[in-house]
Design a binder for this molecule. Structure first.
Ligand code: TYD
Length: 244
C-alpha cells in the first residue's frame, strides 16, 4: 500500500474562498465511487429518488462533466485519442472539470442546504490516476487542496465489485467501451485495490457496499447508511440544517 503520510482534510494554503470542511455547509455531500460497471448510476438515481420522497432538495451530478466546460473536458477524456494521454495531463483534466463543477454547481447547492449526490469525485482521481496510472497520491491530494479547496464529501459510498465481475458487466453493456474502460485488466484491478485502501484509511467517511448483490438489496443498504448519516447531522434537512 502506498503511504500517503498527509492528513487528507488540511485546508491551509489553498488560497480559495471555499468552505474548507464539510461541516461548514448546511447541505450534505454524498459521493458514489467504484470501478466501471459497479452500478453507480442506478444507485445514484435510487438514492436521489428516496431522498426526494423524504422531502429533500437533491442535486445529482456525474463526473467528469455537468458544466459546459466539464462536458468538453469529458469528451476529451473519454473518447479514444491518437496518442496515449500523459497521466498528469489526464489527472489535471479530471481535476479541472471538478474545480469548475464545484464552483458552478456543487458548492452553491451545498450552501443552499441541498443534498448533493456526485457520481464519482476525488476518490476516483486517487484510485484511477493514483492507483491505476501510478501517480503519487500525496501530489494528487495536494492538487485537490489547491484546485478544489480541499472539499471532501460528508459520506462516500464505495460500491465494491471484484474485478472479474466488473469486467463481465462492462462487456455485457450496450454502449461501446470508452477510453478508460478499454484499459487493461491490471489497470482495473489496481483501481479496485486502491479504492479498498482508501476505504480502509478513512472508514468513517467511506462506507463499502457489496455491489455483487441484487440492485434492490444494494439500494436498501445504501438507504440505511444515508438515512443514519443524515440523522447524525440533525435529521432530514430539506433547506438548512439547524445549527448545533
Ligand atoms: P463514465 O462513463 O462516467 O463512467 P462510470 O459510469 O463508470 O462512472 O466515465 C468516467 C470514467 O473516468 C471512468 O472510467 C472513471 C474515470 N475517472 C478517472 O479516471 N478519474 C477521475 O477523477 C474521474 C472522476 C473519473
Amino acid at each position: 500500500m502506498e503511504s500517503e503520510g498527509e492528513t487528507p482534510r488540511s485546508s491551509e494554503g489553498t488560497g480559495r474562498i471555499l468552505p474548507p470542511r464539510e461541516s461548514d455547509w448546511p447541505g450534505f455531500f454524498i459521493s458514489f465511487e467504484g470501478v466501471d460497471g459497479a452500478g453507480k448510476s442506478t444507485q445514484v438515481a435510487a438514492l436521489a429518488g428516496a431522498l426526494r420522497s423524504d422531502g429533500h432538495e437533491v442535486l445529482t451530478v456525474r463526473e467528469p462533466g455537468e458544466t459546459a466546460v466539464g462536458e468538453l473536458i469529458r469528451s476529451l477524456l473519454l473518447r479514444p485519442v491518437p496518442a496515449p494521454l500523459d497521466p498528469w495531463a489526464e489527472a489535471l483534466l479530471f481535476v479541472s472539470a471538478r474545480a469548475q463543477l464545484l464552483a458552478e454547481t456543487v458548492l452553491p447547492a451545498l450552501m443552499r442546504g441541498n443534498v448533493v449526490i456526485a457520481d464519482r469525485y476525488v476518490d476516483s482521481t486517487l484510485a484511477y490516476q493514483g492507483g491505476g496510472r501510478g501517480l503519487d497520491r500525496r501530489s494528487l491530494r495536494a492538487l485537490h487542496r489547491a484546485a478544489c479547496g480541499d472539499v471532501w464529501p460528508d459520506l462516500t459510498l464505495l460500491l465494491d465489485l471484484p474485478p472479474p465481475a466488473a469486467e463481465s458487466r462492462r462487456r455485457a453493456g450496450q454502449l461501446p467501451l470508452d477510453r478508460m474502460e478499454l484499459s487493461p485488466e491490471a489497470f482495473h484491478a489496481a483501481v479496485h485495490r486502491t479504492f479498498r485502501e482508501l476505504a480502509e484509511a478513512e472508514p468513517e467517511r467511506i462506507v463499502v457496499v457489496d455491489a455483487e448483490r441484487p440492485a434492490v438489496v444494494v439500494s436498501q443498504r445504501i438507504w440505511a447508511v444515508a438515512a443514519e448519516r443524515l440523522a447524525e447531522v440533525g435529521g432530514l434537512a430539506p433547506t438548512v440544517r439547524p445549527s448545533a
